[in-house]
Design a protein around this ligand. Structure first.
Ligand code: SF4
Length: 448
């Protein structure tokens, strides 16, 4: 690969899976000799890694592209590259409507970024059927703050939920090898990462295309020195195995944190969404998790306003959320996406009704979250310190029950603790989502 001396800024939008792709692009660019900058104003080349999943995200991506394109008129930017899901989904429309963009890269070609930034690179649209997935030999620069990182264990999805454009954007489900994930985790530990978050569209399906699954992978990740917390995100409700629960029961490193995107609970809606589980199965699973994992943190995400969702369906959902009392809840309004089966469904729900239902769920959850946080006052928690003393000398960190980016934080008064340390703290105060605490002393020092 010919070296480059370009100054490159990578702007990453969307989900943690897209962020990992951006970090791989940073690694490949660095290896190709590029100078990396986070300041768009200084960049010769700007790469924006877009999200194209739902309406709001698409708008945000388009706004970002147009704003960055201004840099070509006013700033030092001479080349603008648009990568990611929006490109994969709308390559023709984008190529026609955005002449200021020099190259469009699909979700299966981001490993060719070092070629695409070159002035003499002639291909303007580099989009094919996404089959690529990086491995441990692929350079990657971790961009997440603090001492955590995402580890993408698989790409694509074959579940075909009726509202979802991901299978069309990211391709069919494909896992990395266990060796590849383990070697990457070892390299992250060596870089001082203490927490790894295993991610995929459906993490529970890891290895089904390779014969060895999540339990085998965890068996190899647990012994890695330096990695203290292993968190699993995006577990498909119908596929949480007893073996996985046993590992969480027996291994402190594998956090009792279950992220279970249910999307809904009313049977006709689950059926129309093509979600492969029933209310009874979900309730049985939650019962089992709560009886076997006393420290369990249970997260879910819900879609309101799916076509055909009646007031009764929604009442059932709200009752379910109030009955189960999830520790963490994310709510999204259904977004009508062309190319998905649900786009053609009758009884599309009015935007105002969708928003009202989302607000009702979020205000119910705010009360649940505050009550649960208040119950923690006086209790000991483990906190990964992420930022040094800020306002009022409090350190900022996350409890093991708080996932990065989506859950709250803990503000800890603790002398002599620094980022990367996992400390014990006593909760002294509670807010809707955040906690306040006082340090009870370090439980494990930053590895030397
Ligand atoms: S599991 Fe369903 S919602 Fe999630 S990425 Fe796959 S198809 Fe989309």
């Amino acid at each position: 690969m010919q070296k480059t001396s370009a100054k490159v800024c990578v702007v990453s939008l969307g989900c943690p899976k897209n962020l990992v792709d951006s970090e791989v692009m940073l690694g490949i660019l660095k290896e190709a000799g590029a100078e990396l900058t986070t300041d768009e104003a200084l960049a010769d080349v700007i790469v924006v890694n877009t999200c194209g999943f739902i309406g709001d995200a698409k708008e945000e991506s388009i706004d970002a592209i147009l704003a960055l394109a201004e840099r070509k008129k006013t700033g030092s930017c001479r080349r603008l590259i648009v990568a990611g899901c929006l490109t994969q989904r709308y390559k023709e429309e984008l190529a026609e409507s955005l002449p200021e963009v020099d190259c469009f890269i699909g979700t299966g070609e981001y490993h060719r970024i070092a070629e695409a930034i070159r002035e003499d690179f002639r291909e303007r649209v580099l989009v094919g059927l996404p089959t690529y997935i990086h491995d441990y030999t692929t350079p990657r620069i971790v961009s997440t703050p603090g001492r955590y990182a995402y580890v993408k264990v698989a790409e694509g999805c074959s579940n075909l939920c009726s509202y979802c454009s991901i299978p069309a954007i990211r391709g069919g489900f494909r896992s990395r090898s266990i060796e590849s994930v383990v070697r990457e985790a070892e390299s992250l530990a060596w870089q001082g990462i203490r927490e790894i978050n295993l991610i995929a569209q459906d993490t529970t399906s890891f290895g089904k295309d390779r014969g060895a699954g999540l339990e085998e992978l965890l068996g190899e990740l647990i012994p890695i020195k330096g990695i203290e917390w292993i968190r699993l995100l995006y577990l498909y409700p119908g596929r949480v195995s007893d073996g996985l629960i046993s590992i969480m029961e027996g291994e402190e490193k594998v956090l009792s944190y279950i992220d279970l995107p249910l999307q809904h609970i009313s049977p006709p809606v689950l059926k129309a969404m093509n979600r492969q589980y029933t209310r009874a199965e979900v309730e049985a699973l939650i019962g089992k998790l709560r009886s076997r994992l006393p420290e369990l943190t249970l997260r879910t995400s819900i879609i309101t306003g799916f076509p055909g969702e009646t007031d009764r369906d929604f009442e059932e959902l709200l009752d379910f959320i109030e009955a189960v009392q999830f520790d963490r809840l994310g709510v999204f309004m259904y977004s009508r996406e062309e190319g998905t089966p649900a786009n053609g469904f009758r009884k599309q729900v009015h935007a105002g009704v969708k928003a009202g239902r989302m607000d009702a769920l979020m205000s119910a959850q705010r009360e649940i979250s505050l009550r649960k946080n208040r119950e923690l006052v006086g209790k000991a928690i483990k906190v990964l310190v992420e930022e040094g003393p800020g306002e009022g000398q409090a350190l900022k960190g996350r409890a093991s029950s708080q996932a990065p980016d989506v859950d709250g934080a803990v503000y800890v008064k603790a002398a002599h603790s620094s980022p990367g340390e996992i400390i014990s703290a006593i909760v002294t105060g509670a807010e809707d989502y955040d906690l306040h605490a006082e340090g009870a002393g370090a439980t494990s020092a930053t590895p030397s």
